[in-house]
Design a protein around this ligand. Structure first.
Ligand SMILES: Nc1ncnc2c1ncn2[C@@H]1O[C@H](COP(=O)(O)OP(=O)(O)O)[C@@H](O)[C@H]1O
Ligand SMILES: [Mg+2]
Length: 371
């Protein structure tokens, strides 16, 4: 195996999900933070269509400029990482040219939010290729991505969640009206209708009248044929960062943060997340210490329950009575310096560049499950 003086880190970003642009911004931030004396960086872009391309190592192009969101441009040629573990090379091909290789990659940092990145798919490719990578493996990624599967595992771990009903594709196709009746029988309004696997609030509808349930299921099904319907909770939206400890002794939690959505948004929807300046982020959250401790403990339980590795952001609802309900676990949370996950760790004493380096070193140290 080739030895590099500097560690060669492939940062993979963009991708086919609706969070393409956010992923580019996350990657730009990580590229900017990586110390080039220690790391050699290979920026690997994935276009919205799913094409892999080698991009320039220019973090400044991966930020919002003049109101335009960044994206991975489709260029000639392709970048190939083969699933062959005896060959960890990234190969660049151009039509009519002899393929050239970028050499062995030491570690991959996937920064793909949402489907085709945060869901175990790229993790599976990297497992096949035998390349160490940052973040949860196939199982943890897939379990956290699928809200129906995640709920089953989180409940088994004893965590409180909103009451919910899953509507599978088979149920819907066989008998949609029975499926709808089941939701009405088991839950009270308002309900949140969600694709099982999506992100950034896409495909999610808050339903306040039963007449709106069916169209909301249809919308969710445009993203995933499996749909989760949840009772709406009234509470504060609290998030917590989790990191695997460096000595391998298990996860630890950051300080908590709070999201408050203002203006006329009914909930923390796509526009509130990325487009409008209506969202207030408080880091750390102003919570009674005992409640904050419960959230932090629950975040670590959720992390372990889903088989997460390295890092994750766990999102909660906390009622005025201090009840803690887990909402979801994000295995590749937003990673810009103003994103919640890095900010919560910064407020816990870990600066952004140190956080990035800790994740990369952790990935290199880690023993993956199978041999
Ligand atoms: N059960 C619920 N009760 C109240 N609000 C909810 C509920 N579920 C979702 N929401 C609102 O919708 C937003 C997006 O839902 P979430 O499950 O986090 O989806 P995503 O994975 O797309 O982020 C949440 O941040 C919250 O504002
Ligand atoms: Mg969410």
């Amino acid at each position: 195996m080739t030895r590099h003086r500097r560690l060669r880190v492939a940062v993979v970003f963009g991708g086919r999900s609706t969070e393409h642009a956010i992923s580019c911004i996350s990657a730009g931030s990580v590229l900017r933070a990586l110390d080039r004396d220690t790391f050699e960086v290979v920026p690997v872009g994935i276009t919205r269509e799913g094409r892999w391309v080698l991009t320039a190592d220019e973090p400044d192009r991966l930020q919002i400029s003049a109101g335009v969101m960044p994206e991975v441009a489709d260029t000639e040629g392709a970048l190939v990482l083969s699933g062959d573990p005896t060959n960890r090379e990234l190969v660049v091909t151009k039509p009519g040219e002899v393929p050239r290789t970028l050499g062995d990659v030491d570690v991959v940092f996937p920064l793909l939010h949402g489907p085709f990145g945060e869901d175990g798919t790229i993790q599976g490719l990297l497992e096949l290729a035998g390349v160490p990578y940052v973040g949860s493996g196939v199982l943890g990624s897939a379990a956290a991505m699928d809200k129906a599967v995640a709920k089953t595992l989180l409940a088994a771990a004893g965590l409180a969640q909103a009451p919910y009903v899953v509507v599978t594709d088979r149920q819907w196709i066989a008998d949609a009206s029975t499926a709808l009746a089941q939701v009405r029988d088991r839950l009270t309004l308002p309900v949140f209708v969600k694709p099982a696997r999506a992100g950034s609030s896409v495909g999610i509808t808050k339903v306040k009248e039963w007449a709106d349930l069916e169209p909301a299921v249809v919308v969710a099904r445009e993203h995933d044929p499996k749909v989760v319907v949840e009772a709406g909770l009234v509470g504060r939206e609290i998030e917590c960062g989790v990191l695997d400890r460096e000595d391998g002794s298990g996860p630890e939690a950051s300080v908590c943060a709070e999201i408050t959505v203002r203006g006329d948004h009914e909930f923390y929807d796509f526009a509130a997340k990325y487009l409008d300046a209506v969202t207030q982020l408080d880091v750390p959250a102003d919570l009674p210490p005992a409640v904050g401790e419960r959230v932090r403990a629950a975040a670590c339980v959720a992390f372990d329950a889903l088989g997460c590795e390295d890092y994750a952001r766990v999102d909660f609802f906390v009622t005025d009575e201090g009840q803690v309900f887990v909402n979801e676990v994000n295995t590749i949370p937003g990673f810009t310096p103003i994103s919640m996950f890095p900010r919560m760790w910064q407020a816990s004493g870990l600066e952004y560049p140190a956080l990035v380096e800790r994740l990369i070193r952790g990935a290199l140290r880690k023993r993956r499950g199978l041999r």
